[in-house]
Write a protein that binds this ligand. Sequence first.
Ligand code: C2E
Ligand code: MG
Ligand code: MG
Ligand code: MG
Length: 282
Amino acid sequence: RAKAAGRGGHAFFEPAMRKAAEDHRLLENEVRKALQTNAMRLAYQPIVTARGRRLVAREALLRWRHPVRGDIAPHVFIPVIEDSGLIHQIGDWVIHEACAEAAHWEDEVHVAVNISAAQLPGDRLADTVLDALNRSGLDPKRLELEVTETVFLGEDADTLASLERLRELGVRLVLDDFGQGYSSFGYLSRAHFSKIKIDQNFVRQASAGDRNSLAIIQGILALANGLGVETTAEGVETAEQAGLMRNLGIDQLQGFLYGRPEFVEPGTNAIGDARFEAANAS
Ligand code: C2E
Ligand code: MG
Ligand code: MG
Ligand code: MG
């Protein structure tokens, strides 16, 4: 890119980096405002059994509707939240909210909550989960905490201790987006996961005829079966993809074919509500 601009790298990159930093700062201010104006909420997406399409869980996914810019995607604002340190405050709210919500579900399916790597070190996460379970009365077995491999990048004993403490609370640990990024099978021996979610890129590529992606999925499945770990395929959009994943022996499917992330109770339960204040007052 610097070359295409026809001058030295510095002359090109500096303004671009300054602009990125500025955008980041602006977005961070917007996030702070969003927390005061109930602009963030959780949507839930169904996860079904591959055989029989029985609903087994719903994944909580954070949604932000900006008054001017409209919906802002998590891949845009989650990194900003992580960098700013707001991830602890928002992450706590997500856990409290998802547990309180799921405790009311008559079907008693699991609820899956995404956890950022930055939330793991220290006692705060396990304390929050315990508090959320106590307040909501949710059976710990119904709570699935989804982490990605990035939690292991620091090789931090503190992170492993935190994962272990969470598991001792009786909640289920799930390895999300497996196959993306660093994908070391060794990570699977470092913590006790109940489930592996196969990244949606593999699902898409394998069903498009990519033999390498297919081989990787088969490898992950062999590993999961050997470890006695459940599997979910993410991003299933077509009946063909579902058929392929089912035939490969994947346990559960998640994707637009079965349902998009949707709000359970429109207009309620945003950050800034009483429940959030209560959760953060303690
Ligand atoms: P994820 O945990 O892997 O969540 C699955 C993502 O795939 C969601 O994107 C979902 O809307 C999308 N998806 C599901 N089915 C399909 C499909 O059939 N086709 C396609 N194209 N996409 C599908 P979303 O909601 O944009 O979230 C993106 C990521 O942001 C999540 O990936 C997760 O890593 C992160 N995230 C979302 N909510 C939270 C949160 O509360 N806390 C944290 N720490 N991260 C979150
Ligand atoms: Mg997830
Ligand atoms: Mg995922
Ligand atoms: Mg993802």
